[in-house]
Design a binder for this molecule. Structure first.
Ligand code: ZN
Length: 282
């Protein structure tokens, strides 16, 4: 499979589109025809199938800390049931986005895209050979699909991404907090779908490290996406001490996000997926 790293200059020429003059989120935009299917595996782990290319975001399948932090319900797809992937896309190195135990069991010939060298080194140690570190606004091709790294704000070095091909473009938000660059991203890409974290995790002194439902609704508006899918809101702590520590620090839910976005812009369609469920742009 031909995979080429592109300079940001070339990528911006490839990606920049003439935006329509339609109002934000207007359903009269031209119909998207590039085949696009998004399946929720769980948390921020999403399987994006675009133009025949399969990309898995932020894999989290295994229990990283002896049952202390777990998915609250079953994962939508078992590791062994994943299709053959063209790329794995990592937003940052936290365990719930870069599950090294799971990646050790996956096909090491799969291309991996990461936001910084430290995470790349950890993945390289597993035996992966094709690892690309993308800096902000830099792109690479995965077959017919272009992946562009974009700004993010979080506790760890992180990128958000746009995955695009033909007339489809998907924004993947990892677990970023709200950033002012969303506006520029929305002006650069004609987004079909935005996958937006909503749990609103915050800590004393540090503040919010992940968007809450209100932030994510505003992000959807600024990104000018047609469809918004909430992610990163189901996590469970099994130890009472940690439950107390996190009590009140995780406030966002998919329902709050849907209500808030409907209040702000009724033209953006909200799709809430349960693990294992898919959305297609039919
Ligand atoms: Zn994180």
């Amino acid at each position: 499979m031909a995979e080429t790293k592109e300079s940001s200059v070339v990528a911006s020429r490839v990606l920049r589109k003439e935006r329509t003059q339609m109002p934000k989120g207007n359903t009269a935009r031209k119909k998207h025809v590039t085949p696009l299917k998004i399946t929720e595996v769980g948390h921020s782990t999403m399987l994006i199938e675009m133009a025949g290319v399969k990309i898995l975001t932020d894999p989290w399948f295994t229990d990283p800390i002896l049952g202390i932090v777990t998915h609250p319900h079953s994962i939508g797809m078992r590791l062994e049931d994943l299709p053959e992937l063209d790329a794995i896309l990592i937003s940052h190195g936290h365990f719930d986005h870069c599950d090294l135990k799971a990646m050790a069991q996956m096909d090491k010939s799969t291309a991996v895209i990461v936001p910084e060298e430290k995470t790349a080194a950890r993945i390289r140690k597993l035996g992966y050979s094709e690892i690309t570190v993308l800096t902000k606004w830099e792109s690479r091709l995965v077959s017919r699909v272009c992946v562009t790294a974009l700004p993010a704000g979080h506790l760890a070095p992180e990128c958000t991404y746009v995955i695009s091909s033909g007339d489809s473009a998907v924004f993947f938000g990892g677990d970023t907090r709200y950033i002012k660059e969303f506006r520029r991203i929305g002006e650069t890409f004609d987004l079909t779908v935005a996958l937006l974290p909503v749990n609103g995790l915050s800590f004393p002194l540090i503040g919010k490290v992940v968007m809450d439902a209100v932030d994510a609704a505003e992000a959807a508006v600024q990104l000018k996406t047609r469809v918004a899918i909430p992610i990163h809101y189901n996590i469970s702590l099994t130890v009472p001490f940690l439950k107390r520590l996190f009590d009140g620090r995780v406030t966002g839910t998919a329902e709050l996000f849907a209500a808030e976005l409907k209040r702000r812009n009724r033209y953006v369609k909200v799709v809430v997926l349960n693990p294992g469920e898919s959305w297609e742009n039919t």
